[in-house]
Design a protein around this ligand. Sequence first.
Ligand SMILES: Cc1cc2nc3c(=O)[nH]c(=O)nc-3n(C[C@H](O)[C@H](O)[C@H](O)COP(=O)(O)OP(=O)(O)OC[C@H]3O[C@@H](n4cnc5c(N)ncnc54)[C@H](O)[C@@H]3O)c2cc1C
Length: 542
Amino acid sequence: MTTKNRTAVIIGAGPAGLTAAYELLDRTDIHPVVLEKSTYMGGIARTVNYKGNRIDIGGHRFFSKSDRVMEWWQRFLPLQALSDSKQAITYQRSTREIGASAVGPDPERVDRVLLLRPRKSRIYYLRRFFDYPISLSLDTLRKLGFLRTLKIGFSYLRSAAFPIRPETNLEEFFVNRFGRQLYATFFRDYTEKVWGVPCERISAEWGAQRVKGLSISKAIWHFAKKLFQRDRSIGQKGTETSLIEQFLYPKLGPGQMWETVATEVAARGGEVLTELQVVRIEREGQRIISVEAVEAGGAAAVHAAGEGATDRARRRFQGDVFFSTMPVRELVAALDPPAPPALREIAAGLIYRDFITVGLLVPRLRISEPGGDARRAQLIQDNWIYIQEPDVQVGRLQIFNNWSPYLVADPETVWLGLEYFCNEGDELWSRDDASMLELGKAELDRIGIIDRGAVLDGVVLRVEKTYPAYFGSYDRFPELRAWLDGFENLFLIGRNGMHRYNNQDHSMLAAMTAVDNLAAGSFEKANVWATNTEEEYHEEKR
Ligand SMILES: Cc1cc2nc3c(=O)[nH]c(=O)nc-3n(C[C@H](O)[C@H](O)[C@H](O)COP(=O)(O)OP(=O)(O)OC[C@H]3O[C@@H](n4cnc5c(N)ncnc54)[C@H](O)[C@@H]3O)c2cc1C
């Protein structure tokens, strides 16, 4: 295949779409045109700047088991200067090393820099902090209290002796592994907050994917080892390094990475057009011919080489190849002529979970801990906290100061993000900003984290389709996927683009693999779906 003079139309300027655009420019002669409905770069992984205080929606750790992704990020934003030439970074119980250098940029002087940040997150329950993931330690047992611990122990023994068979849903998955009592204490409410449905309605497969590696027997073994083992090294060096989890993070939040990539795409002659929402996708049989986009608001803003602004309400973009990161449900609904009815039904039945972040600026927190940074108001060290308290709706609390101190305009203040999981159009989603701000203040006050009267400022952000759900019509998704894979010149990539719980690295690897295929003259789809960062991971310590 010769790629000269070909155009790729890419729907969405999130991590997947921008990676595809850059890779096309870097390795093929295909000209990328990215169509983005909003005004920002990075999709869910964007940074929102509110009066100099920046919000990272969800909190994005930059970590991948894939060397290709790790090196890619550092190409755009170099790692800060560090005195140790090798740094261990740890994520999801896996550790890898990255090369560092004392001559890297200094974040105090430049913005284009990746920070190396410590990771800490805990569970807040019974107005106390517990390890995340929950660990079996004397501290945990003390905080839970004698009676609750006894109940947890007995219910675990009961589940171990009489497991539920067959195990069909997530509740049964948790109960079989942890016992009913521990499930009810640490898993049920949070999982139901995230998904908005009871755990009985979520497939057990979800647990197998997300909770792998956690089990009571392992926890008991670690507990026993800790009780009887003494680390005799000075400062317990042997255990410390692998326990400090670290991740990479752009100085100004995740959106900084994607704004930098978009600038580079435009500098190399690619086009990144904003405020253009793709609403119609014209096909001839199983070939995409063009897409039609409407201006999402006002005149189209154009961040591109050679293109002028236009005031036309609708624009048509023809292409030779198409990449979609838009939600599969919307993609199928936009096809013209329409997809066969059975496939439209599957697409329409795909479910998403939506998300609200309430940003609150406070002078200090009411909670503290030894070692908290007294210089920066009163700050605990967590990046985020899982809120397990059943009397509030907030699901997670971000402390943006601890992601990057540069996200916060005044270091004497604490910049918080309260995360609420919801469904577009439900009671929470429909509340006005003032009511959401009041809810946020009242809830954090009630559970003892802030004084509501001391809040200095706040903002509300609503983000749709943050979580593609593995229920609804998802069990029939393979049928739809097979049909869409039949479109030779259409690649589905990314999180909502593939209806997969993909992190940035998976979203990017799908884009990279699709471009690998095109560069090799292939239109293969199977290897894009098979993108798996585990394979490329070669330095694992547990
Ligand atoms: C709470 C939360 C925490 C997360 N934490 C991490 C983490 O720690 N580390 C990590 O690596 N990843 C994390 N992720 C995942 C990460 O956000 C996603 O993997 C990544 O953003 C997916 O990139 P994408 O390009 O596929 O999609 P998106 O980021 O969704 O981007 C898609 C883009 O397409 C645009 N678009 C949609 N429809 C249209 C249309 N019709 N026309 C034009 N444009 C359109 C959207 O506006 C958007 O800009 C997290 C996600 C969430 C929700």
